[in-house]
Design a protein around this ligand. Structure first.
Ligand code: TXA
Ligand code: MG
Length: 312
């Protein structure tokens, strides 16, 4: 069920979480499926409901970066980065403290932990009210499109849908950038709104790209090539539709039947991406999509699209 994010409903959501239930939460990137990260039983419900492989660890969400030290060993680069970004669409992987009170299945047995402080006011209010860490992957069935609205979450899980807080449409619309700071050199594990160049400017150190499809290999269990998939075929870099394809445009040269951004704004396109795919997926016709420039958040859009286009 979907609930308005009133203070009563946020209280209710925190109580449900404390009692070991799942809650659908809005964040500025995509909606998350949250559980008490200290409870193995609660976290197991995430894996079960999503159909997520047990080897794919979850992101731990915190109300503020100061709490990171409770769970992990922060590095010098970590402090530099958080001095630029108080909260937002960036996940940082750190060495986990051996005494961290996190359920072992949150990190899928790894010695590292992924941490994120969302800035969405509803996510923030819930984290404050709950008063602890929340494990939350994107609130979709494993391998399917990420949700950017409360309705997407409800549709993903149908009768099994949890209590969902409605925080409106996710303003960024694409999952957080993941930066691994657990080793001697920083590695970009997933591209997002915060780009590698931006991070390099902050820290003055080169970031190694390690996501699938770029120069690196698969480093993270969750970097499975087939991910974010619609149920219908998707053809990339199309300049015109073929057969009965629906053409998703971008920019003034490719208006399409639908467009990610008529003006050619990559930020707008990222925000529209999963919403358009959710809508068109329901039509059932094959999809073709115009070329998206591989710069800025366009790198993240192309990353999600190339995974979505893989079949089987
Ligand atoms: O924007 C987001 O990050 C959203 C919102 C809800 O916060 N969450 C999200 O979670 O996208 P999920 O589970 O769909 O993707 C998390 C990714 C997975 O690819 C997982 O393998 C990786 O983070 N991950 C988690 N813990 C990790 C770790 N210790 N080391 C490396 N990668 C990790
Ligand atoms: Mg996901």
């Amino acid at each position: 069920m979907i609930y308005e994010p009133t203070s009563n409903h946020i209280l209710k959501a925190a109580t449900l979480l404390r009692d070991g239930h799942l809650v659908g939460i809005p964040t500025e990137t995509v909606y998350g499926l949250a559980a008490d990260a200290t409870s193995q039983e609660a976290v197991q419900k995430i894996y079960d409901l999503k159909g997520r492989p047990a080897h794919n660890p979850l992101i731990v969400h915190l109300a503020q970066w100061e709490d990171a030290e409770i769970y992990a060993f922060p590095s010098a680069l970590f402090f530099k980065i958080i001095s630029y970004l108080e909260s937002g669409p960036l996940t940082l992987v750190l060495q986990k403290r051996p005494d961290a009170l996190l359920a072992p299945n949150v990190t899928a047995g790894l010695s590292t932990v992924a941490l994120r402080v969302p800035f969405h006011p509803v996510a923030h209010a819930l984290l404050k009210e709950f008063g602890g860490p929340l494990a939350a992957p994107s609130a979709n069935k494993s391998g399917k499109l990420s949700p950017v609205s409360a309705l997407h979450v409800e549709k993903s899980f149908e009768k099994e849908a949890p209590f969902i807080l409605d925080g409106g449409v996710s303003s960024i619309g694409i999952e957080s950038t993941i930066l691994d700071l657990s080793g001697p050199l920083p590695h970009l594990l997933r591209p997002g709104l915060i780009t590698k160049e931006e991070i390099q400017n902050w820290i003055g150190v080169s970031v190694i790209t390690s996501f699938h499809g770029d120069e690196g290999g698969i480093k993270v269990p969750g970097q499975l090539p087939h991910h974010y998939a619609p149920d219908v075929p998707l053809r990339l870099n199309a300049t015109a539709p073929k057969g009965n394809e629906i053409f998703i445009g971008f920019g003034p040269h490719y208006p399409g039947d639908y467009t990610l951004s008529a003006s050619g704004s990559l930020k707008e396109a990222a925000g529209a991406l999963f919403g358009v795919l959710h809508t068109l997926n329901a039509v059932g016709r094959p999809l073709a999509i115009a070329p998206i420039p591989r710069e800025g958040i366009g790198i993240a859009i192309n990353d999600r699209l190339s995974r979505a286009a893989l079949r089987g």
